[in-house]
Design a binder for this molecule. Sequence first.
Ligand code: ZN
Length: 96
Amino acid sequence: MSDTVQCSECGLSADELQRTAAIRCPACVRTFRTELFLLRRRMGVQGVYAGRIPGERGTEHASLHEELSLAIDRDDFEQAVVIREKLKLLNSRSNS
Ligand SMILES: [Zn+2]
């Protein structure tokens, strides 16, 4: 329990990451490099990156998640954040 890794920015824990399979902030990418790598391997790189996203919208969503996964793969944190923002926009649009 004491060796649980936690994101210093948003407080996301490794356990929660395993459940949701979704990062919350750029610092998560750095904090959970290994976990993300293992998660991707477990799920395959098929855009199944997000566990629970409100207002799931199918293909546009899936492809963005795939992009995000690839950006993280390349250590391209800036690009990862940009894609996260796009996903957020997509969510808020489909929720309203
Ligand atoms: Zn974080």
